[in-house]
Design a protein around this ligand. Structure first.
Ligand SMILES: [Zn+2]
Length: 408
């Protein structure tokens, strides 16, 4: 059971799509059901007991030697974005599955059970519900989401029924946490850090916290030809200053990333001085206090910019998600497993969110990143090296065996 098997599985899974020419597997689609069937078949080959929970998460259980029910969760998501690559999500499920296949081949039972989970909705493509399926699994489901509609007017509740689930049961169908040892997720890095450092895998230190801010700048419209430069209240010039302040602020703090991804000037005519601009700020860091301080700095920068330019500003925080640290013990075991494989240990935060962030509510979490070409993801060009996948399988197996030694 090696990297080649996982590459073959990933290729086969990558051909299971809701559309003929691109890879897309939204929640509740026939393609996702087919993916569950395919992966469920590979699970059964290793004598795993396979089920689907109330929201369509695929769960394969490999019993431990002790039968005391203690369980380590492994996995990631099987849904995808539109025009996706084949590794974001599936790689974590398949690397875990490859480890179970190895244990099964060697006739090994660990002192705890393993459950490999393929989460059914992490990307939130169909309903805009990021981490929906893992939030159900973690018992953190918000019933208000059931009213959401997809592009065709189908509600989330109807989609849950279509996968054989019961929408009314979702709030109470979380995985009971009592027997859980932890959750460990393997995922492609989705960034260029490992590639730049020449490393196949890295250990995740935390899932970064996020602040999202909606800013509106209001100045004064005027004729582009007749209003002199002196005394203008150009909202777009103020926005330009603010965009650069976001960049500067992020660069001042190691590990911080800051992005203005949306910027809409009004009225948007070439011969009119922009009267207002709406823009978004997305700021991320694994240290919540540092991130909040940086937000405060940005707010002061905005106040200074608008005062100087005679502009009004409206500043609204639209999202504050705290960082999710990985568990020290699981992370140390992962770190040792990487070092034992003769690989320099890189510890890096995850700028993107993952199912692990939800699972942290019910279990200690650990994450292992795998290098991906150019840091590219959410793109059919997403690619990983077979040798790196083999390394990830080896590291996860070492991790499992040392956890077993600790807990036996
Ligand atoms: Zn993912």
């Amino acid at each position: 059971m090696d990297g080649a098997t996982v590459m073959r599985w990933a290729a086969e899974l990558g051909s299971v799509s809701a559309e003929p020419d691109i890879l897309v597997r939204p929640f509740g689609s026939a393609a996702l059901a087919q993916a569950n069937e395919l992966v469920g078949g590979w699970m059964r080959e290793a004598e795993m007991r396979v089920r689907q929970d109330a929201v369509g998460n695929l769960v394969g259980r490999y019993e431990g030697s002790k039968g005391d029910g203690r369980t380590l969760l492994l996995g990631s998501h099987l849904d995808t974005v539109r025009d996706a690559g084949r590794y974001d999500g599936p790689l974590g499920v398949l690397v875990a599955l490859a480890c179970v296949h190895r244990l099964h081949r060697d006739g090994v039972r660990l002192p705890f059970a393993l459950e490999v989970v393929g989460f059914a909705d992490e990307e939130g493509l169909r309903f805009g519900t990021t981490y929906f399926a893992s939030s159900v699994f973690a018992g953190r489901f918000d019933p208000a989401l059931l009213e959401l509609q997809d592009g065709e007017g189908v509600t989330l509740a109807e989609a849950v029924r279509s996968v054989g689930g019961d929408p009314d049961a979702l709030a109470t169908s979380g995985r009971s946490p009592e027997d859980l040892i932890g959750y460990c997720e393997v995922h492609i890095e989705q960034g260029p850090v490992l590639e730049r450092r020449g490393l196949p895998v890295g250990v995740v230190s935390a899932i970064a916290g996020q602040s999202r801010i909606a800013v509106e700048l209001r100045g004064q419209a005027g004729h582009a030809g007749t209003v002199p430069m002196e005394g203008r209240a150009d909202a777009l010039c103020a926005a330009a200053d603010l965009v650069l302040a976001v960049e500067r602020t992020a660069r001042e703090h190691a590990g911080m990333v800051g992005t203005v991804g949306r910027l809409t000037p009004h009225p948007g005519a070439s011969n009119v001085i922009p009267s207002s601009v709406a823009l978004s700020i997305d700021l991320r860091h694994q240290d919540d206090a540092l991130r909040r301080r940086a937000c405060g700095q940005l707010r002061s920068a905005a106040d200074e910019i608008v005062a100087r330019r005679h502009i009004d500003v409206n500043w609204a925080s639209t999202q504050e998600a705290a960082a999710v640290p990985t568990d020290p013990r699981l992370t140390e075991l992962l770190t040792d497993a990487v070092a034992d494989a003769g690989i320099e240990v890189a510890r890096l935060p995850s700028g993107a969110g993952h199912d692990a962030a939800e699972l942290a509510a019910i279990a200690p979490i650990g994450m292992l990143f795998v290098r991906c070409a150019g840091g590219i993801s959410h793109n059919p060009a997403e690619s990983v090296e077979e040798a790196d996948v083999a390394t990830a399988i080896g590291v996860l197996e070492r991790f499992l065996r040392s956890l077993a030694a600790e807990l036996s």
